[in-house]
Design a protein around this ligand. Structure first.
Ligand code: ADP
Length: 314
């Protein structure tokens, strides 16, 4: 279990993390979302025991990060942002060194290194200095060191940063495969990642937690949740009649691609009414979609509403 309790970090007058409280249980992959500068990395460093909180604390598997930082580091793997240090070492030397520091005996060390090299497909670069590797390989070496001791808790700061689409896919699959028996926190600003790997997401901005929900619950907050969108000839001719259908709140037509979207009143379901309407009017549609809701819109709504409130207060 991870539990953060009113975690704060101040740099002089500037508050980077402001009273962050949340918990994560086994089997959960928590996505940490927020615009650049929101305080994601700072919070993760504090949870991982690499940065002392100004006030508040976090408890990781029963160990307090402020009082028991060594015990915390033992149960936890941490992927910091950017590339691993010790760039003059090769991945094999680096992983051997990390294994030694982690207290693995030579046999265990070899078995674990073989396992992570295989999982992260590092075989081709094992003997090349880390400094000379591509960003994607550096990221994978970082991930390999984080999971080397098979920790219960994984804190991964932008794990797919710098990877190409295929590598992103593989790392997300790896995270999902490890999720069953671990507690995982990943930070990201890529919203598709939330769908791909997270069971829950917290959204932060200006160091504050603004939402804590499952991806589906977040999507349900979108004005697109339950909307029906379609592409057809002359969508403007349908607008007025669609507006008269029961449960319809609004009808919008996209200036760029002419796509028509019918928005429901809160709680209303539109799919049948709209599809019956289209059938009766014999409208030739090239595409019809029932929307789950748009995470990017919810993210913008939540993080910018906060900025506006801050502006109003200033
Ligand atoms: P994120 O990971 O969400 O992009 P960070 O946690 O890296 O955000 O940073 C949060 C805020 O704290 C940013 O405004 C950043 O400039 C500031 N910050 C981070 N580290 C320091 C530091 N060592 N000294 C002063 N300000 C810092």
């Amino acid at each position: 279990m991870i539990e953060t309790k009113n975690l704060c970090k101040r740099y002089g007058d500037f508050t980077a993390v402001d009273g962050m409280s949340f918990s994560v249980g086994p089997g959960e992959v928590l996505g940490f979302l927020g615009p650049n500068g929101a305080g994601k990395s700072t919070t993760m460093k504090m949870i991982a025991g690499f940065l002392a909180p100004t006030s508040g604390t976090a408890v990781i598997c029963g160990h307090d990060v402020v009082e028991q930082p060594l015990e915390v580091k033992r149960v936890l793997g941490y992927l910091p942002e950017g590339a691993p240090s010790y760039g003059e070492m090769t991945p094999l030397e680096f992983l051997g060194f990390v294994g030694e520091v982690r207290g693995l005996d030579p046999l265990q060390r070899r078995a674990r290194i073989d396992d992570v090299v295989d999982r992260l497909q590092l075989g081709a670069v094992l003997h090349q200095p880390i400094d000379t590797l591509s960003k994607g390989f550096k990221r994978r070496v970082g991930l390999a060191q984080a999971i080397l001791h098979d920790p219960k808790v994984l804190i991964l700061d932008e794990p797919t940063d710098g990877l190409d689409p295929n590598q992103k896919h593989e790392v997300r699959a790896l995270i999902r495969s490890m999720a069953r028996d671990k507690i995982i926190v990943i930070s990201t600003h890529i919203l598709e990642e939330v769908h791909a790997v997270c069971t829950r997401a917290v959204i932060i901005a200006h160091g504050r937690l603004l939402a804590d929900a499952t991806p589906a619950e977040l999507e349900a907050r979108s004005r697109y949740h339950g909307a029906v969108s379609l592409t057809c000839e002359n969508p403007a001719a349908l607008r007025q009649d669609l507006l008269r259908l029961p449960g319809v709140q609004a009808v919008e037509i996209d200036d760029l691609d002419g796509r028509l979207t019918v928005f429901p009143r809160p709680g209303a379901s539109l799919f049948e009414a709209v599809s019956d309407f289209l059938r009766e009017r014999k409208v030739a549609i090239s595409e019809l979609q029932w929307e789950q809701g748009r995470l990017d819109e919810v993210f913008r709504q939540i993080t910018t509403a906060n900025v506006e409130r801050e502006g109003a207060r200033a």
